[in-house]
Ligand binder design. Structure first.
Ligand SMILES: N=c1c2ncn([C@@H]3O[C@H](COP(=O)(O)OP(=O)(O)OP(=O)(O)O)[C@@H](O)[C@H]3O)c2ncn1[C@@H]1O[C@H](COP(=O)(O)O)[C@@H](O)[C@H]1O
Length: 95
């Protein structure tokens, strides 16, 4: 996944956070009655689904669940007032 794809997705998430359109799944996470716990729970669920896909050697499902996990991770970073660049910088520093 290139930086561009991650940045574009993060920009959409930031836009949803700022404008809270009604028909948006991202909005539902930012406005959830459970607060931050809603996205934390989703990260747990998506991680479990990813592990099961890996265990089943289901590569298509593994890619699908990986994308779900990355999306929810970016929502969490946005909730915490962080930027996708914080993640990218950390990854780059490990090269
Ligand atoms: N990348 C995502 C993304 N990944 C996962 N999800 C949602 O996360 C939820 C995952 O929950 P579950 O695991 O329970 O999944 P599910 O409903 O059983 O279905 P599966 O995803 O497992 O097939 C689903 O409702 C997905 O739609 C996402 N929702 C939105 N995005 C991106 O965010 C953008 C903005 O979306 P909205 O906020 O909806 O406008 C979209 O254009 C997408 O680019």
């Amino acid at each position: 996944m290139s930086d561009d794809v991650l940045r574009e997705l993060f920009d959409v998430i930031e836009d949803r956070k700022a404008t809270l359109p009604e028909d948006s799944y991202t909005t539902s996470l930012f406005t959830h009655e459970k607060g931050e716990n809603a996205v934390l729970e989703k990260l747990g669920e998506e991680t479990t689904e990813l592990l099961l896909a890996a265990k089943d050697d289901d590569r298509e499902e593994l890619a699908h669940e990986s994308a779900d996990l990355v999306y929810h991770l970016l929502v969490l970073l946005s909730m915490k007032g962080m930027d996708v660049d914080d993640l990218l910088a950390e990854l780059r520093s490990r090269r």
